[in-house]
Structure formats: C-alpha cells, structure tokens
Write a protein that binds this ligand. Structure first.
Ligand code: HMG
Ligand code: MG
Length: 272
C-alpha cells in the first residue's frame, strides 16, 4: 500500500498560462477530496507576481468544502506566505528549497543557505506540520547532474530546522532508477522511509520506474498529479508530475480510479 500526495492543484496548475477560474480549481479540489486521497496540495502562498496562476490562494482556501479525513497542504516560501497560509487554515505547509544553487536563485531569488534562514521563523511559527521539498535532487536544468552528497546536506539542514517530512524532487524528470537507488541509499541514513516522500516529474517516461525503485527501497509516500499535469515555471523543460492514474494502476492505494477520472475531467478543459 502506498500513500499518494496529490499535488495537481498546486504543481499541476502553477505552470499553466491561461488563468483557471477559481471556481474550477475549487470544484477540482472538492472532487479530489472524495476520491480516497488522504493529502492534497491545494495552492501556493508565493508571490502572485511570480506565479499569477495561484494568486487566488486565499479564495481557494475559503471556498473549498473540506473533508475532515483529508490533509490540505499549501506551499509557503517565507514568513509572509506563512501568515497567509495560517489565515487560509491549511492543515500542513510545505517549504521548498533545492540542491542546486542556480535553480534556487532562479526559483526564489535566494541561495540555498538563505532559504534555510528564511525557513527558520516559518517552521518555528507554524501551527501545523511542515514538509520540506528538495528540488533538483538529481538534475538541474542549469547545472546538470547533482551530487547526492549535496542533496543529503540539504536534507540534513531541513531536518535540523524542524521539517517533519522531506519530499525529494526530480524537478525535470531526468532521474533513472539506478540514480534513485543511489540517492536513497544515502538519504535514508539521514531521513527514514516514514519521513520521506518522492516527487517525480515525468519528462522522459522514467517516473514509474523511479517510483518502483523507490518502493523497493521502502518508500511508501509518492507525490503525483491527476492527469499528469505539472511543472515548474522556473525550471525550463520541467514536464508534468507522474500521474495519479499511473500510481494507482501500479500500486495498491486507497484511491478510487473512477473518481480520479471524474476529477481530471473537471480540470483538463482548462489547461490550454
Ligand atoms: P522576491 O522578489 O525576492 O521577494 O521573491 P521580496 O521579499 O523582495 O518581495 C517582493 C514582493 O513580493 C513584495 O511585494 C512582497 O511583499 C511580495 P511588492 O512590495 O513588490 O509589492 N511577496 C509576497 N507576496 C505574497 N506572498 C508571499 C510573498 N513574499 C513576498 N509569500 C519569493 C521571493 C520567494 C517571494 C519569490 O521568488 C516567489 O514567490 N517565488 C515562487 C517560486 C515558485 O513558486 N516556484 C514554483 C514552486 S517550487 C516547485 O515547483 C518545485 C516542487 O514542485 C518540487 C520539484 O518538482 O522539485 C516543489
Ligand atoms: Mg514539482
């Protein structure tokens, strides 16, 4: 059995240019909430100038119909984002940094060390659990292959400042199963399987093989997006996340495939 963290409403939409109406996002999230998913990343409290698609984060949080058995998570880059997330009554926040300095600068205008400093008051002030994303954990669109020791170093820092969970991101979908195994052999010595999630994008069709390799190493939490939407506007070439449909076909889960198809049908016409 695996646990899926549905990131479609956040990762799936942030890279879509035409603005999706708020009521469609709300209908998508409400439909996802009835599929058996336990956790959904619903939006992002980043700068609306950087990610205009998610500028309606407050409205989304206000309008969704919350299912008490679902954890609603949102991305938070800094203290201002935390204030907004608390007002939005999310159940969990996710801070995000990277294993590549160049990507970190392009994504959040800060070095990795500066992001860690920014996160300290965010984590200290968070009334809810905190996930920490490590992007470009295998390849960076600017720097190429990333050394696993760099990833381990960032994971150690995120745990040290109080993250409850780490999500390891193959941001541009270039990892291969042997690279996943190599990184996990190292990272699992710092952060156990109960605290690790894998976040695969699927640019080259490797994502399901990477998920299987992670599963064999003991990983049971995977991020995915319904209909395989997704990508980062600051990572050229980043394609969609591994689809929720692919994960529920390959692994045993609590999620109903028919209901995921219904949720997907709500959002797909708006993807441009
Ligand atoms: P900055 O410009 O360096 O920040 O951006 P600043 O502190 O100088 O603020 C500039 C302006 O933004 C100010 O407004 C602030 O008030 C405002 P102004 O005075 O110009 O009117 N501002 C905010 N507004 C609302 N909410 C906030 C906020 N913070 C500042 N939280 C910043 C720094 C981090 C804000 C910016 O770079 C940013 O928002 N970046 C977002 C990048 C992003 O969302 N990337 C995609 C998500 S990461 C991802 O997709 C990878 C992942 O999926 C895993 C994987 O695949 O690997 C997680
Ligand atoms: Mg992503």
């Amino acid at each position: 059995m695996i646990r899926i963290v549905e990131v479609g409403p956040r990762d799936g939409l942030q890279n879509i240019k035409p603005l999706v109406p708020t009521d469609i996002k709300v209908a998508f999230i409400d439909a996802l909430s009835k599929t058996g998913l336990e956790e959904i990343e619903i939006t992002s409290f980043v700068s609306p100038k950087w990610v205009p698609q998610l500028a309606d984060a407050e409205e989304v949080c206000e309008q969704i119909d919350r299912n008490p058995s679902v954890t609603y998570m949102a991305l938070v880059p800094n203290e201002k984002g935390l204030e907004r997330a608390i007002a939005g009554r999310v159940d969990k926040i996710a801070v995000f940094t990277a294993a590549s300095e160049t990507f970190s600068e392009r994504n959040v205008s800060a070095s990795i060390a500066q992001t860690i400093e920014r996160f300290k008051p965010v984590i200290a002030g968070s009334p809810v659990p905190v996930r920490g994303y490590v992007s470009t954990a295998f390849y960076c669109p600017y720097e190429g292959k990333i050394d696993p020791s760099k990833v381990a170093d960032v994971i150690a820092q995120l745990l040290d400042i109080g993250c409850d969970e780490i999500s390891i991101g193959d941001t541009i979908g270039r990892a291969q199963p042997d690279e996943v195994r190599t990184l996990l052999e190292l990272s699992l010595t710092l952060c156990g399987v109960d605290q690790t999630a894998m976040h695969f994008h699927d640019t080259f069709g490797n994502a399901i093989g990477n998920a299987r390799a992670s599963y064999e190493m003991g990983i049971r939490v995977f991020d995915s997006s319904t209909s395989g939407i997704g990508g980062c506007p600051f990572a050229p070439g980043a394609q969609g996340n591994i689809s929720t449909e692919a994960l529920i076909t390959d692994f045993e889960t609590t999620v109903d495939p028919g209901k995921i198809a219904e949720a997907g049908a709500i959002i797909v016409p708006y993807l441009g």
